[in-house]
Design a protein around this ligand. Structure first.
Ligand code: RTP
Ligand code: MG
Length: 137
C-alpha cells in the first residue's frame, strides 16, 4: 500500500553534515520516493503544533529549544508501507537502545538529539503533512 509520511532531519543531523548520508539511505529503499525536500527553520508555532502531544512533559520545552536551534530538512517521502518503514529505518527514540543499521543507532547517543523524525501512524502523517506542507494535497 503506497503511503506518504513526514520526515524531518533534525538540527543536529544538519549541523553534523549528515544530510547526504541519511537522504541516501531513504533513497536507496526500493519503491520509495522523496517528493518534497527543503532546508527550513520552522517557526515556533509550527514546532508547538507538531509536538503538541508532548505538552506538559519535562522534555517538551528543551525539545522545542533544540528543534528551533537551526535549520532542519523537511521532507515528504512516498511509497510502499513508508510510514512503518521510515520508523524502522529511524530506530527507537533512544539512540543507545536503537540497533546498529538504524539511523539513530548508527549516529546518535543523546535522546533529544536523535537526528530524525518520522510520522508514527497514518493519522499522524496526515496531521503533520498539513502542518509542514499546508495547501499541498
Ligand atoms: P519523533 O516524534 O521526533 O519522531 O520521535 P519519537 O516518536 O521516536 O519520540 P517521541 O516520544 O515522540 O518524542 C519526541 C522527541 O522528543 C525528544 N525526547 N526527549 N526524555 C527525553 O529527554 C526525551 N524524550 C523524547 C526526542 O527528540 C524525541 O524524538
Ligand atoms: Mg513522536
Amino acid at each position: 500500500m503506497s503511503q506518504r509520511t513526514l520526515v524531518l532531519l533534525k538540527p543536529d543531523a544538519v549541523r553534523r553534515g549528515l544530510i547526504g548520508e541519511i537522504v541516501g539511505r531513504i533513497e536507496a529503499k526500493a519503491g520509495w520516493r522523496i517528493t518534497a525536500l527543503e532546508l527550513r527553520e520552522p517557526d515556533r508555532a509550527t514546532l508547538e503544533t507538531h509536538y503538541a502531544e508532548h505538552e506538559g512533559k519535562p522534555f517538551h520545552p528543551p525539545l522545542l529549544e533544540f528543534m528551533a536551534s537551526g535549520p532542519s530538512v523537511v521532507m515528504i517521502v512516498e511509497g510502499e508501507r513508508v510510514i512503518e518503514g521510515m520508523r524502522a529505518l529511524a530506530g527507537p527514540t533512544d539512540p543507545i537502545a536503537a540497533p546498529p543499521g538504524s539511523i539513530r543507532g548508527d549516529y546518535g547517543t543523546i535522546v533529544r538529539e536523535n537526528l530524525i523524525h518520522a510520522s508514527d501512524s497514518p493519522d499522524s502523517a496526515e496531521r503533520e503533512l498539513k502542518i509542514f506542507f499546508p495547501g499541498r494535497d
